[in-house]
Ligand binder design. Structure first.
Ligand SMILES: [Zn+2]
Length: 479
């Protein structure tokens, strides 16, 4: 018993006040507490997850679910089973430039300024007249009026990397890398090779040269590569004559593979705190091939030989996107929270409702959202999530304040306790990246005309009686 009593010197000193004989103990304890508090604070700071935002334009849950049921799409399946998902509500006319810029800024297009595919040349504030083509140019990074996630996070000292997002050319300075949307041949005539000399395709500028060998051009797409998506007999027409669907496939396939290869190489050099990569293939293929996947929705008889050739094209593109997703997941650090998002879903458009006969799929208001990683709830479904919520959620996860003027919210219910910590607020984010003053020549590129051609082909500009290629608006809120 006595020895036990003797082993309790701490009790004695704890009873003492700091000014007396326990002073040294007291100082030591205070110092210890300070060290513990500091290291907890530091751990909290440094244990913030990395974020990977994967944008899949036009990804549609109904296609993903039915393919998962058939045992396909193992990586999407993993995200659904192990993560939190939602029907992500889009807004407005669900046009990609508007919505993607909302996803990465948290702002309505009236605020972020990217309100269509094109703008009037010579005026960065005025929306282009959709019926007039001569003086229109595709939207550029110079037309965005608010900072994007990569700007905000760069300014806060995080490393960032972004690949392929809408309206990112000319590439702006970030604390990491930026590969702009003009780096690939994405929305471009396959003959438009002049863009090889286009400036500001990447930040830093010299990165473009280092990545040049990764560009897949549409005319390099081989019959063997096409065979995974359509029957062997199909050949691409000369797409300058018409916007045939095989040429559209070649272009979007080339873009998807280019950004996939770029993403892999840049991730292999080291994953930034915030990584974001955009893929367009599912959207373009869904526009042009829907009636072959679901001929019963076509509102006309689809020739059997077309069904043979293209019946599997959309699902093949989802399989490819799933493989790409898997290859990215393999590269991410263990502490990465992955957010897969689409700007809208997809649905069939019957023949008599089309403004362009070959465009058989159009946007549905609700797209895909899947959040996956450490601290993300498993098998959870959010009932209320929108494209406005992505930026606030990413900021909160990375320990940065959410701006009060963002209309979305942090998707708190997707995360286990302690993942988010206290959510700080700031009035507004309005610091833009530092760039040279705008020069008209800086935002016109040799491939502008080819890009406009393609937008016209898909019905995004000047395609129908209503001037926008749309006979129907994308849908009601419960769509
Ligand atoms: Zn889209």
């Amino acid at each position: 018993m006595t020895s036990v009593e003797a082993d309790k010197p701490n009790n004695t000193s704890r009873d003492s006040s700091c000014g007396t004989r326990g002073g040294r103990w007291c100082v030591a304890l205070v110092l210890l507490a300070a060290v513990v508090a500091l290291s907890l604070w530091w751990a909290n700071r440094t244990q913030r997850p990395k974020i990977a935002l994967i944008g899949i334009d036009g990804a549609e849950w109904s296609v993903i679910w039915s393919m998962i049921e058939r045992g396909e799409l193992p990586n999407f399946d993993r995200l659904v089973r192990e993560g939190t998902t939602a029907q992500c509500e889009s807004y407005g006319q669900t046009m990609s430039p508007q919505v993607w810029n909302t996803i990465v800024t948290g702002k309505h297009y009236l605020e972020h300024g990217i309100d269509w595919f094109v703008v009037k040349a010579g005026d960065v504030t005025e929306k282009g007249d959709l019926e007039e083509d001569e003086d229109l140019i595709p939207v550029t990074s110079r037309h965005r009026r608010v900072p994007a996630l990569w700007d905000i996070l760069s300014q806060a000292g995080h490393t960032v990397g972004a690949i392929g997002f809408w309206a990112t050319w000319p590439a702006t300075p970030v604390n990491g890398f930026m590969v702009s949307d003009r780096f690939s041949y994405s929305r471009v005539n396959k003959l438009a090779s002049a863009h090889d000399n286009l400036l500001h395709q990447t930040y830093p500028a010299e990165l473009a040269e280092e990545l040049r060998d990764l560009i897949v051009t549409p005319d390099s797409v081989s019959p063997a590569q096409r065979r995974d998506f359509m029957s062997e007999s199909v050949q691409a027409d000369d797409w300058r004559k018409n916007h045939d669907i095989v040429s559209e496939f070649d272009i979007t396939y080339a873009q998807t593979e280019t950004y996939h290869r770029v993403a892999q190489r840049l991730l292999d050099r080291g994953q930034p705190d915030f990584f974001a990569c955009y893929f367009q293939g599912v959207d373009v293929i869904s526009h042009y091939f829907w009636e072959f996947m679901q001929p019963e929705t076509a509102g006309r008889t689809v020739p059997p030989e077309r069904l043979d050739s293209f019946g599997d094209t959309i699902e093949a593109m989802y399989r490819r996107q799933d493989t790409i997703l898997g290859e990215l997941l393999e590269r991410f650090d263990d502490d990465t929270i992955v957010i897969v998002v689409s700007d809208h879903g997809f649905r069939p458009v019957p023949f008599d409702k089309r403004s362009i006969p070959t465009v058989s799929g159009w946007h549905r208001l609700h797209g895909v959202l899947a959040i996956w990683g450490p601290g993300v709830k498993s098998g959870m479904t959010l009932t209320d999530a929108s494209v406005f919520d992505i930026t606030p959620t990413v900021l909160a996860l990375m320990g940065e304040p959410v701006a009060k003027d963002m209309q979305g919210r942090v998707l708190e219910e997707a995360f286990e306790e302690g993942v988010l910590g206290a959510i700080d607020l700031v009035a507004v984010y309005d610091r833009m990246p530092e760039q040279a003053p705008i020069n008209e020549a800086d935002i016109q590129s040799p491939m502008d005309q080819a890009m406009l051609e393609r937008l016209r082909g898909i019905g995004y500009i000047g395609g129908g009686e209503d001037g926008a290629g749309l006979i129907e608006q994308p849908g009601t809120p419960d769509d």
